[in-house]
Ligand binder design. Sequence first.
Ligand code: NDP
Length: 332
Amino acid sequence: MNYFPNTGRYSKMQYRRCGNSGIKLPLISLGLWHNFGEIDDLENCRKILQTAFDNGITHFDLANNYGPPPGAAEETFGKIFKNNFKKVRDELIISTKAGYTMWDGPYGDFGSKKYLVASLDQSLKRMGLDYVDIFYHHRPDPDTPLEETMSALDLMVKQGKTLYIGISNYKATDAKKAIKILKELGTPCLIHQARYSMFDRWVEEELLDVLGKEKVGCITFSSLAQGLLTNKYLNGIPKNSRAGRNLKNGAITGAQITEEVIKKVKSLNDLAKKRDQSLAQMALAWILKDDRITSVILGASKPAQITDAINAIKNGNFSKEELDKIEAILKK
Ligand code: NDP
């Protein structure tokens, strides 16, 4: 099955520099947390990845535990990469992570050097890659000294197994400490991966200021609140939606889709219509209006969601009235 990427792909996307590094990322990246497990259709996965790349999405985000079962998303990606993307490897930024439970015993979780080094080796095998572009520590470890975790990341760069390193889900204080240690080790922190959406704004308190000041990139996830900030749940919970599929491991559940939330989503949807955007587009544009955000990682269960979402970059301007209206809806 030959895949010939769209030759016009780079004119469809905009790219933003990640902190003060040499790397630019697409405003919209693609994440493989859901929809790439053993339960998912391989052909659909292939189409999603091809649609993304054909639209200038050069960055695919994975983690050791994405599936289900854990490891399956990297395996799926590896299968598709081999036959479709190997020839364009140098046009791709591929990331993976470790930090959540991966195997039994004391060495398969959190942030020891033992776990992180072994996990990256396993990820490379599953994906059929010689190296990843970004390796993240996926979540802070309350027990392992930060120095040990950061020196493991530094080691991976020195070994050539990853080009850049990042941290994810670190609060501002820990992020500041990690960034400092990495600077001293001579391996700067490229990027922080954090949850950020209209419904979850913790990064605005301090983290974005820290990253802006330190010139570290920020890439956001669940910026559509796992599909809630789209028109999907306006009239109930579709069976084939993430909430309707009753998935585990942090996936949105029906219980989170309350009447109160849907009232807000409806008002946001009306505002998006006035802006000639889908709600998904407006929710992504709202994140990207802050230039400290390098990229938003989108999740997609079908190719059409990508072609819809990328139109977010066509209208990234918000008037004061629109911003005030969004604040008023969110506060209600
Ligand atoms: P989103 O908030 O983008 O949710 C994705 C879901 O939204 C899709 O599966 C789909 O739902 C729905 N959707 C997407 N586009 C549209 C559209 N245009 N119209 C209607 N519905 C749409 O992000 P995720 O929560 O999936 O996270 C994205 C990525 O971020 C992950 O894949 C992962 O790479 C990363 N991540 C990182 C974490 C970390 O700890 N570092 C944690 C979580 C995610 P449906 O399936 O119902 O069709």
